[in-house]
Design a protein around this ligand. Structure first.
Ligand SMILES: [Zn+2]
Ligand SMILES: [Zn+2]
Length: 280
């Protein structure tokens, strides 16, 4: 079955404050953060930029800071939580994460002792949204990714920082309307690039990061299954370019008979804040 599908950004639906949207504020090794929710309430997934940068990025994307009701952290690496301590304290936001991640955050003073925290085991209903935790294989204490379902039943999954795709993440992606999937590096660029051997080995391991090639193979299956709104996330600045990442996935999908911007939409989650809200 073929779908006609036009990419729809927030500008196309101005004024619809109650429509759920996913806003990739920052993505990549220099910081990660996404807002998912409506104009009146939502959650931040990761806070890997400083408080000021997070405030400016939310504002630039038309998200009132008062709409942010909680922060969900995927893991304790600083590109996911460097702004957490100040941001959560300033806005008195609760922080959710796995037990291992919360422990690691507290141990490294990345959380203010006054900030309320809660362990998310499998899923929680937060405000009018359902947030599900899906574990990821990564070199962190107890990393995970999150799938958020809005009151209208539409859902978004942000899945980055994982060495290999797992059945759990695959299943969560297949039932989501919008998916950000990690497309971290071009394998050849990484192998021939300047990173020290030990770091290359870490990135390529089962607890490292997903390559463009691995990501592309997953996207083919997702589009075949009907998940048509896709975004590439956590691109390496050193071992990838947006052009190469996009081309790898588009070519793989083309080979499987699916046409870019016709059968599916695909974009890049920006490294630095731009206006890129996606209504899913
Ligand atoms: Zn990361
Ligand atoms: Zn990480």
């Amino acid at each position: 079955m073929r779908f006609k599908f036009a990419i729809l950004y927030e500008d196309d639906k101005k004024g619809m404050v109650n429509v759920a949207k996913a806003v990739p504020l920052f993505s990549g090794s220099k910081g990660n953060s996404y807002y998912i929710g409506s104009g009146t309430q939502g959650v931040l997934i990761d806070a890997g930029k400083n408080c000021k940068q997070l405030e400016l990025a939310l504002d630039a994307n038309g998200v009132d800071i008062r709409a942010v009701k909680a922060v969900f952290i995927t893991h304790e690496h600083s590109d996911h939580c460097s702004g957490l301590r100040v941001f959560a304290k300033k806005y008195r936001l609760p922080v959710f994460a796995s037990e291992g991640t919360l422990y690691a955050l507290q141990n490294s003073a990345k959380l203010d002792p006054q900030t309320p925290v809660a362990v998310i085991e499998n899923e929680i209903v937060f405000g009018d949204m359902l947030v599900e935790r899906i574990d990821t294989p990564h070199d962190a204490a107890e990393s995970c990714c999150y799938r958020v379902t809005a009151p209208d039943g539409k859902s978004a999954l942000i899945a980055t920082d994982m060495g290999i795709m797992t059945d759990g993440v695959r299943k969560a992606a297949a039932k989501s309307d919008f998916v950000v999937l990690e497309s971290n590096h071009d394998i050849e660029m990484l192998k021939t690039g300047p990173y020290p051997y030990i770091l290359k080995k870490r990135i390529l391991s089962d607890r490292g990061h997903l390559s463009n090639e691995a990501c592309a193979a997953e996207l083919v299956e997702l589009v075949k299954g009907g998940t048509l709104r896709l975004m590439l996330g956590h691109l390496s600045e050193q071992n990838n370019t947006p052009g190469i990442a996009l081309r790898t996935s588009v070519c793989e999908l083309e080979r499987a008979g699916m046409k870019f911007n016709n059968d599916y939409t695909l974009d890049i989650a920006p490294a630095e804040s731009t206006k890129k809200s996606v209504i899913f």
